[in-house]
Design a binder for this molecule. Structure first.
Ligand code: ADP
Ligand code: MG
Length: 352
């Protein structure tokens, strides 16, 4: 048996560590869009604009009017495991922000040409950091942050080869923003591609804002052919809040589709794809939907953050529930109750 050649154990260079991490987080342009919009929302933005070229492969520019990054922290933002969002294990147990791993900007910077342009309320002008050279220079913009990502995967051609057509990558980018838009009707979103406005969802306030956003993003049919979901589990948290609250809208059986492309589930404001939730929602339809018909829904689950682990996967799209039976029952009952309630006529929507 030939002796395998043994090489000494060495720590990998920082850049390579980031590139390896990027492989997990950034599979395509839409993943960059998701991370940058997450950051904009975490910064308290009220308007987020996404500009793309070539489906995001040539350019992804995300602009927000959030709190901005102070000049001296701009270089830190690009470092691995550098974050302003958690500082301790306790914080991790009850994460209230989209981000917390401090990985996205470092990862993206290792596989694309990136620049950060930002201005805080205290700055007299903006500062721009070139991710490659580290050069920091004065620049112009109003309060907020613009993150520019050019030539994604230029350093990892293997990854670049897996990209689909610009139209397909664009569709994934739009889907990424749509997932944010459905949970933040108080924030305005705009998506531009090749200089053309392709989607725009205006910020709304008040009780009707959420329903209006669902109509804007998913179409009036979605709202007209769905019923309101309101459910609180009987079990209580120590502070008296229901252990699990589920709200949103669930499509009537007639609105079901052949594909599961209008199923949106959120846990504490975070879009997730989770087998427990998908199964629970589908099971509420078991008597009324046959074969492979897929229900449509937008469901928002709120629960004690310490009973759900969001730190399962770098993309944070998967979660783990402390008690998945509790969540399954809540979602199933929530949808079943909503479907069983006679519809009092569809809510009148303002004309769009
Ligand atoms: P994370 O979001 O997990 O903290 P990121 O790598 O995405 O990690 O971002 C690193 C840090 O840069 C954030 O913690 C935040 O302080 C800052 N940051 C990134 N994007 C923005 C933005 N759009 N506005 C304000 N601060 C930002
Ligand atoms: Mg982030």
């Amino acid at each position: 048996q030939p002796q395998a050649l043994r090489r000494p154990i060495r720590e990998l260079p920082d850049e390579l560590i980031s590139q390896i991490a990027a492989g997990e987080v950034v599979e395509r342009p839409a993943a960059v869009v998701r991370e940058l919009v997450d950051n904009a929302l975490d910064a308290g933005a009220s308007q987020v604009t996404v500009r793309l070229l070539a489906g995001g492969v040539r350019l992804i520019l995300v602009e927000d009017d959030g709190q901005g990054i102070p000049r001296e922290e701009l270089p830190v933002a690009l470092r691995r495991h550098a974050t302003s969002k958690i500082a301790s294990l306790q914080d991790l147990e009850a994460v209230g922000t989209m981000g917390f791993r401090g990985e996205a900007l470092a990862a993206i910077n290792s596989i694309a040409d990136m620049s950060l342009l930002s201005r805080t309320a205290d700055d007299a002008h903006a500062w721009q950091l070139d991710g490659r050279t580290g050069e920091l220079k004065p620049a112009a913009r109003s309060q907020g942050t613009s993150v520019e990502v050019r030539e994604l995967f230029y350093a990892t051609p293997a990854r670049r080869k897996f990209l689909k057509t610009d139209a397909t990558e664009l569709a994934h980018c739009i889907e990424a923003v749509r997932r944010h838009a459905l949970v933040r009707p108080d924030v305005g979103f705009a998506i531009w591609h090749e200089g053309r406005l392709v989607e725009q969802w205006r910020a709304g306030q008040g009780a009707s804002a959420h329903e209006q956003r669902l109509a804007d993003v998913l179409g009036n049919e979605f709202v007209e052919q769905s019923v309101a979901v309101h459910y609180e589990s009987a079990a209580r948290r120590p502070d008296g809040q229901p252990a699990v609250r589920v709200w949103g809208r669930a499509g009537i059986p007639d609105a079901a589709r052949s594909r599961a492309d209008q199923q949106f589930a959120y846990v504490n404001g975070r879009y997730v794809r989770d087998k427990v939730l998908t199964h629970a929602a589908r099971s509420a339809y078991e008597d009324v939907l046959h074969g492979h018909r897929q229900p449509v829904y937008a469901l928002y689950i709120e629960m004690d953050p310490s009973r759900v682990d969001v730190n399962v996967h770098p993309t944070k799209i998967e979660v783990r529930f402390r008690d998945s039976r509790e969540v399954h029952q809540a979602v199933r009952h929530a949808v079943e109750n909503a479907l069983a309630t006679p519809r009092a006529g569809t809510a009148a929507l303002p004309a769009t």
